[in-house]
Ligand binder design. Structure first.
Ligand SMILES: Nc1ncnc2c1ncn2[C@@H]1O[C@H](COP(=O)(O)OP(=O)(O)OP(=O)(O)O)[C@@H](O)[C@H]1O
Ligand SMILES: [Mg+2]
Length: 428
């Protein structure tokens, strides 16, 4: 509802009456004069503006009283839109002090200073109150039409400003709400991507475990046959050793799987050898590559080549790179993937190259964007590389495509020692 509450602040009671006459509808001569003036001014219909616009008038005779009323009204949720304030109001605060005090508490109040020539100069007022678009000057003695026009315009201005504020507050809330929804959506997608990666891996794990299980089975079978026939201790020892080795391999795969299935977001940063990172990753996909006859070569890094990282997250990155390569080349005639490690003074670079012939420049620009995928629906979420880049950046590292290479080649650079504070950053 439009707020047309006006407070007249003047120590002269006659002026209160004058304002009442001008701003309250009545049937006296003054009203008729106003009716005509308003008609001439605004070209409106025959009903007077003062009659059409219902102002709610209130009065104060002293600055302190006005201040009290404005603050109380504001706190009660029924603020004044406009104040007409006299300058001289002995014995209390003068108009300028009153306005300054009121603006401190309720800055949005529109004010008209009613002043005679002998009062403060324009410059003095501005020096005390500052330049404000909420301030108008009305010279005494004033014209009724002018007062009415100011009352209409300034209350309208107050109301417009308030609805603007409400509108932008509403917009801000809307933006906040949408951002929250987007964040939730993003979290869901990231989780979806993790689940999908896990699903894909579960399939891969079947391959990984199937083969060693066959080895165990065959060796156990052989052992049993040997025991039936004759006790050849050396042969038995050889077979049992093979069984132990193979169960160790399965245990390793399962350890890797356990590690991978956690998000790792809150893990501490540890110093880990590159050899360990690569071995753990390969433990989860070696068999899958073998089945597809993809040659995997690793330029084994020295045990002294270490990085400070969240192991689980780096394994996630490497596994995504390996899976991407697998998807890209599985049907190619030439199928190989090569992992190389270069040890520098303060950082380590891991390069993963596959036999693919590079990624077209137009696609290269997009592959790190979330949800960009060239894979068929249901196969890729397009989040792998964007999550990976996030992980590498949270490790203060870098992740790029080697554009010089004629094959598809990704490089990851990780620091041997992190700068302080890195621990506090999370990715997803
Ligand atoms: N080694 C690669 N060779 C060719 N194209 C690649 C290679 N790695 C990534 N890409 C391209 O980048 C796209 C984005 O990869 P990203 O890992 O972000 O998502 P995705 O593999 O499609 O899906 P997700 O990893 O979520 O299952 C891939 O769809 C593919 O087009
Ligand atoms: Mg991927």
């Amino acid at each position: 509802m439009t707020n047309r509450r006006i407070l007249v602040v003047d120590d002269n009671p006659d002026l209160h009456l004058d304002f009442k006459k001008i701003l309250k509808s009545s049937e006296n001569e003054e009203e008729k004069r106003l009716k005509n003036a308003a008609l001439a001014l605004f070209g409106e219909d025959k009903t007077s503006l003062a009659q059409k616009i219902e102002f709610e008038l209130d009065f104060a005779s002293q600055g302190e009283e006005a201040f009290g009323k404005v603050v109380a009204a504001h706190e009660a949720g029924r603020p004044y839109a406009l104040l007409f304030v006299d300058v001289r109001m002995p014995p209390g605060w003068d108009g300028i002090t009153t306005i300054a005090k009121i603006w401190e508490k309720v800055p949005c109040t529109e004010v008209v200073i009613c002043t005679a020539y002998t009062d403060y100069s324009f410059e003095e007022v501005l020096s005390k109150l500052g330049v404000s678009e909420r301030l108008l000057f009305l010279k005494k003695p004033f014209d009724s039409v002018e007062v009415l026009q100011i009352a209409i315009a300034q209350t309208k201005k107050w109301n417009l400003e308030q609805s603007n504020i409400k509108y932008s507050e509403g917009l801000e809330q809307e933006v906040e709400l949408r951002t929250k929804e987007l964040d939730q959506e993003r979290a869901r997608s990231v989780n979806g991507a993790k689940l999908m990666a896990l699903g894909e891996m579960a399939g891969g794990i079947a391959h990984e475990i199937n083969n060693p299980l066959t080895i165990i089975q065959q060796n156990a079978q052989l052992l049993s046959e040997m025991l039936e026939e004759k006790m050849d201790f050396t042969a038995i020892q050889k077979r049992t050793k093979k069984i132990i080795e193979t169960t160790e391999r399965i245990a390793k795969i399962i350890r890797g799987l356990r590690t991978f299935s956690r998000s790792g977001d809150n893990d501490p940063f540890d110093t880990v050898t590159m050899a360990q990172l690569i071995e753990q990753t390969l433990g989860m996909c070696r068999e899958k590559f073998k089945v597809q006859d993809i040659m995997l070569t690793v330029d084994n890094p020295a045990p002294s080549t270490t990085v400070e990282c969240r192991q689980v997250q780096i394994i996630q990155v490497l596994l995504n790179l390996l899976n991407n390569s697998y998807d890209a080349i599985e049907k190619n005639a030439e199928r190989w993937v090569k992992i190389e490690v270069a040890d520098f003074v303060d950082h380590v670079e891991l390069a993963l190259t596959d036999s693919g012939c590079g990624i077209p420049v137009a696609v290269q620009e997009k592959i790190f964007q979330p949800f960009f995928t060239t894979k068929e629906v249901g196969r890729g979420t397009g989040l792998g590389l964007s999550i990976s880049r996030g992980i590498i950046e949270s490790h203060q590292g870098q992740f790029w495509i080697d554009k010089q290479s004629k094959n598809t080649r990704f490089v990851i650079s990780l620091n041997k020692k992190l700068a302080p504070m890195a621990e506090h950053k999370n990715v997803s």
